[in-house]
Design a protein around this ligand. Structure first.
Ligand code: THU
Length: 160
C-alpha cells in the first residue's frame, strides 16, 4: 500500500481592494447579482459573475424552491446561462460572493461540490483553466487558478 498525497495551491487576498482591477469589477457584479438571489428558505444569498473571452459578463444568483432540491446555486445559474447564450465562448474567470441574512459572513465561501463538477465540465470542454475567486460578504478573497485546485480526482469524460 502506498499513500497518495494530493495538494492544492490557492491564493488569498486580504480584501477586495487587493484584487486586480478587472477582478474587482467582476466581484462587484457578483455582489449585484447576489442581491437578486431568491433565498427565502436559507436566507443565504449567493451571486456569481462569469467573465467570458468575448468580454461579456454573465451573472447569476441562487434560486430556491419550496421543494428544496429543485432550487439551483448561483454558480450553475450563471454558467449554464453563459453556456446557453454563448456556446462557443470560453469562461475566463468566475467571481462568487455569499451573504447570510442571519450573520455577517467574513469567511470565503467556496462553490459546492455540484457546482465544482459543473465548472469542471467547462474546463474540459474549452481545454483551458478557469480562475475562480470566492469570498463571503466582506473580508478575504480566495483565488484558485483552475477548478482542478478545488476538485482533485475530478470525474470527467475521459473516464466514459
Ligand atoms: N448555494 C449557492 O448558490 N452556491 C454554492 O456553491 C453553495 C450554496 C446556495 C444554495 C442554497 O440556495 C443556499 O446557498 C444555501 O445552501
Amino acid at each position: 500500500m502506498k499513500s497518495l498525497i494530493i495538494t492544492s495551491t490557492l491564493s488569498v487576498y486580504d480584501s477586495i481592494e487587493d484584487l486586480p482591477q478587472d477582478v474587482l469589477e467582476l466581484m462587484e457584479k457578483a455582489f449585484e447579482a447576489r442581491e437578486k438571489a431568491y433565498a427565502p428558505y436559507s436566507k443565504f444569498k449567493v451571486g456569481a459573475a462569469v467573465l467570458l473571452d468575448n468580454d461579456e459578463i454573465i451573472t447569476g444568483s441562487n434560486q430556491e424552491n419550496a421543494s428544496y432540491p429543485a432550487g439551483l446555486c448561483a454558480e450553475r445559474t450563471a454558467i449554464f446561462y453563459a453556456g446557453a447564450k454563448y456556446p462557443d465562448a470560453r469562461f475566463q474567470k468566475i467571481a462568487i460572493s455569499a451573504k447570510s441574512l442571519n450573520h455577517r459572513l467574513v469567511t470565503p465561501i467556496p462553490p459546492c461540490g455540484s457546482c465544482r463538477q459543473a465548472i469542471a465540465e467547462y474546463e474540459v470542454k474549452q481545454e483551458s483553466p478557469i480562475e475562480i475567486f470566492f469570498m463571503g460578504e466582506t473580508g478575504k478573497v480566495v483565488k484558485a487558478n483552475s477548478l482542478k485546485e478545488l476538485l482533485p480526482l475530478v470525474f470527467d469524460n475521459t473516464y466514459l
